[in-house]
Design a protein. Structure first.
Length: 103
């Protein structure tokens, strides 16, 4: 089982797109991307596609899962921003059950 949240087919594809964004934008493994998603959404009540979270692109959620919030705001990427100044959230511990994929 990849994600630790119940998802219909449409939301499964959406969550996979979020993981794909983290892999492509931040150079992390798919296993780490999925673990970060699981840490945030395990057991959440996600509705069938299109859930309310679909009003934002997967890219938006990827930034929020990877970077620490600043001033209470979720961060999202802008092409002219220097991401090296942003604080990365620590990945879940490798011993955590949220790591459902092998590296």
């Amino acid at each position: 089982m990849e994600f630790l949240v119940e998802l219909d087919g449409g939301m499964l594809a959406f969550f996979r797109e979020i993981a794909d964004e983290m892999v492509a934008r931040f150079g992390i493994s798919r296993a780490e991307a999925v673990a970060r998603i699981n840490l945030a959404y395990e057991g959440a009540g996600i509705e069938a596609y299109p859930d309310i979270m679909c009003h934002e692109l997967p890219e938006y959620w990827a930034y929020g899962l990877y970077f620490q919030a600043r001033d209470g705001r979720l961060l999202h990427g802008d092409s002219d921003e220097d991401l090296s100044q942003w604080e990365v959230r620590p990945a879940p511990p490798r011993t955590s059950h949220v790591w459902t994929l092998n590296e």
